[in-house]
Design a protein around this ligand. Structure first.
Ligand SMILES: Nc1ncnc2c1ncn2[C@@H]1O[C@H](COP(=O)(O)OP(=O)(O)O)[C@@H](O)[C@H]1O
Ligand SMILES: [Mg+2]
Length: 391
């Protein structure tokens, strides 16, 4: 058998398919499998597992095309080897079918651990590449997104690690990235505190460059659409009038759209040959810079003032260092030392920091009941009264 049905919407093809057996494949796929699949479930996409496929010639590709036309629904060709992927690619078939490469297996046990973050563990695979292995609770879909976002930012001139491929690591998945051959900004500051001012200024310029990188709609997820959905979900905790205040504040973030990182801090920026490189692109989106500034204010300033232990743990620096970095970042970002201007900017950013706090229960579905209560109370005590006065 060249092809076998493994589920109501799944087939497996194997062996070598060429002019000698293409007619046989066509008979099996179109006359035997498809009628039965359609009888069982006619509207689901069809997945063809090609892990056992060794070779396919143009005669074989024509059979697949005919199969897709007859089935008249999306067809995914999964687990293809690199060689067969190349055949699909050069013939243009990769744009007709959804062709997915077989994932490599990577065993990182025994490799040096060079970092840990909220999402996973980072291993050094060799001198050029690292593996970011995700915890089991991160979906493959989210991992694919992170890889795509990193690529989109990279091709648009943002200094970030090249994302190579998605791999299997036993039960988990991971992304293989180019290795940045230096420390994070946090690690560098711990070793060389005298470099803090210079690094903070570099971070400020990188932040601005990202925010000024305008991409066509759809290139990345839309920040405002994401936040509107979060405000809607917060209907569980806030009154409609309170939700209305949040929608209004979001509108004041402005129309300008740039790359929003969503988690810009000293452990997500690294140094390479004196230049800052951005990593951890899981939360990247396209939207108003004020949203991103608000998130970083929450991490640096609000963190230093009310959660000093979080700053040490998540940003890898002391609360005093966090405040100084923020101050220099802001001056570099707005290219001014005019205290009145800076104060006005910071006031605006602070509102968006509180906005982020207000939405945290929806953004972090795993937050404890206690944390949720604290976020909601902060919004009620510190944000809504200000917004009521404004609107
Ligand atoms: N491309 C890379 N090169 C070198 N080190 C890296 C690279 N990517 C991540 N790291 C290290 O691993 C840590 C965690 O990676 P990160 O992508 O921020 O994971 P998380 O999403 O879990 O926060 C980083 O702070 C850094 O020390
Ligand atoms: Mg990180």
């Amino acid at each position: 058998m060249l092809v076998s049905m493994t589920d109501s919407n799944q087939l497996r093809i194997s062996g070598r398919i060429d002019a000698g057996n293409a007619a046989e494949l066509e008979k099996q796929m179109l006359e035997e499998c498809l009628p039965e699949m359609t009888a069982q479930c006619a509207d689901k996409e069809i997945t063809i597992d090609a892990s056992g496929l060794e070779y396919i010639s143009s005669a074989g590709l024509r059979v697949l095309l005919k199969f897709k036309k007859t089935a008249d629904r999306p067809v995914i060709i999964n687990n293809v080897s690199s060689e067969i992927f190349d055949i699909f690619d050069v013939t243009g078939f990769a744009s007709i079918f959804d062709v997915r490469k077989k994932m490599r297996e990577v065993d990182a046990s025994g490799c040096e651990i060079i970092g840990r973050g909220g999402n996973g563990t980072v291993y050094k695979l060799d001198d050029e590449t690292i593996l970011k292995e995700y915890h089991g609770n991160t979906s493959l879909e989210d991992i694919c997104k992170e890889k795509e976002y990193a690529k989109t930012c990279f091709v648009n001139g943002i200094s970030t690690a090249i994302s190579y491929d998605i791999v299997r690591c036993g039960e988990n998945y991971g992304i293989v990235f180019e290795m940045i051959k230096a420390d994070t900004v946090a690690g560098t500051i711990r070793k060389h505190p005298e470099m803090l001012d210079d690094l903070a200024a570099k971070m400020g310029r990188l932040f601005k460059q990202m925010h000024e990188t305008e991409l066509p709609n759809g290139a990345l997820p839309d920040t405002a659409a994401f936040l509107k959905e979060k405000i809607r979900q917060m209907g569980k905790y806030y009154t409609p009038a309170e939700q209305e205040l949040l929608y209004k504040l979001l509108e004041t973030a402005g129309e300008k759209k740039g790359i929003v990182h969503g988690d810009f801090h000293t452990q997500n920026v690294m140094l390479q040959d004196g230049e800052v490189v951005l990593i951890d692109m899981a939360d990247v989106s396209l939207g108003a810079p004020l949203i991103d500034l608000g998130i970083s204010y929450f991490l640096f300033v609000d963190g230093a003032k009310s959660r000093p232990w979080d700053v040490e743990r998540f940003l890898g620096i002391s609360p005093e260092q966090a405040l100084r970095i923020w101050d220099i970042m802001l001056r570099t970002y707005y290219e001014t030392d005019d205290e009145a201007v800076l104060k006005e900017k910071e006031e605006q950013i602070r509102l968006f920091s509180l906005f982020k706090v207000a939405l945290n229960p929806a953004i972090w579905p795993n937050a404890s009941a206690q944390a949720v209560e604290a976020f909601v109370n902060t919004a009620r005590d510190r944000l809504f009264p200000l917004l009521e006065k404004k609107y």
